[in-house]
Design a protein around this ligand. Structure first.
Ligand code: ACO
Length: 311
């Protein structure tokens, strides 16, 4: 009977019918969605930290307002995603606990420091740019609530990418110091942005089943290549360069070849030993502890309200 259920499930996936919270699904499908969606949510939430670092130091009121709006959007993305994961039976408390204990992952990219104002531009252009490619694909993921969350996320994320590119554009046309700052930020964020797509396909443990179940619709390497091809064109508009001497158009593949990613560095960061892993988790723990009274007040309010309506 389990075999029949699994067959019917796969048939639905193959016919592009979305899987909804109350539908039957294999345990492993539920688990892998919880894993990916909660990690995605944690990335949005932790992703606020590197940029939050520059809110009080933005160079003008306009830049500050834009940055605040963007960071607030990331919080919103985290919330849609936590809600989507909750529909699979995972509690928000558990997800938070797993993040704080270091059990749950979040994107490697947010463990790098933001050293100059140009980093705000590079994050918008490269980091949000990489995130969008992945999330456009996830708008068509097979689990309904996750797909719908991504539609909204992508609309906001494309604004983030544009604002990042525009920030770099202004710097790239500025003084020699501003130009140098722009190039330096691109140099530091380029390789970590490529790592966001995950390990190479042959090392990607989850890809085969995730592709079969249309949780992922493109592989890590396919998306990474798409990103490289796009960035090579865009960097020309900035009049800057990408820090990879091996970048070269390959006529046969109709794609750009690029240099070897430092996978030792990638796994090091994923395992918790990147430049800012400890700092990020410490900041999140502190915020969680300091916010305890808000959670307690919200629960007390909900209880009072429920008592009033049942009277
Ligand atoms: N940072 C941290 N961990 C990573 C990264 C990364 N950049 N890439 C892969 N991993 C982890 C995976 O989570 C997996 O570990 P796990 O099995 O313990 O969960 C392991 O490395 C092997 O990788 P894959 O088998 O390729 O993992 P998966 O199929 O989940 O693919 C990917 C990774 C592409 C990141 C996928 O999870 C995904 O699309 N996630 C949703 C998007 C997302 O999280 N974006 C975050 C950044 S965007 C932003 O917040 C602005």
């Amino acid at each position: 009977q389990l075999v029949d259920l699994e067959k019917a499930f796969q048939a639905k996936i193959d016919q592009e019918i979305k899987i909804e919270p109350k539908d039957w699904m294999p345990d492993a499908y539920r688990k892998t969605n919880i894993r990916q969606i909660s990690q995605h949510a944690h990335s949005e939430v932790i992703g606020m930290l590197p940029e939050g670092n520059w809110i009080s130091r933005a160079p003008s009121l306009k830049r500050k307002a834009i940055l605040i709006a963007k960071v607030q959007d990331e919080a919103g993305h985290g919330l849609y995603l936590y809600s989507a994961a909750e529909t699979l039976g995972m509690s928000r408390e558990q997800m938070t606990e797993d993040l704080l204990s270091g059990k749950a992952k979040y994107s490697s990219i947010f463990n790098y420091p933001t050293l100059t104002w140009a980093d705000m531009g590079a994050i918008g252009w490269l980091v949000d740019g990489a995130a969008i490619l992945n999330q456009v694909m996830l708008c068509r993921t097979s689990y309904g609530p996750y797909a719908r969350a991504n539609v909204r996320i992508c609309k906001e994320e494309s604004f983030h990418q544009r604002q990042g590119f525009e920030t770099l554009m202004v710097l790239s046309q500025g003084t020699p110091e501003q130009k140098a700052m722009c190039q330096d930020a691109i140099n530091r964020w380029w390789w970590p942005a490529l790592m966001m797509f995950g390990p190479t396909d042959s090392e990607s443990t989850n890809s085969d089943t995730s592709i079969k179940w249309k949780i992922k619709r493109k592989t890590n390497d396919e998306l990474r290549q798409q990103f490289v091809d796009m960035a090579v064109q865009q960097v020309k508009v900035l009049g800057m360069t990408l820090p990879d001497p091996d970048l070269k158009w390959n006529e046969e593949r109709q794609h750009y070849d690029f240099g070897e990613i430092n996978w030792t560095e990638f796994w090091n960061v994923v395992k918790g030993n990147g430049p800012c892993n400890k700092q990020r988790l410490d900041a999140k723990k502190k915020a969680h502890e300091e916010g305890a009274w808000v959670r307690a007040a919200a629960v007390a309010h909900a209880q009072k309200k429920a008592a009033r309506t049942t009277q």
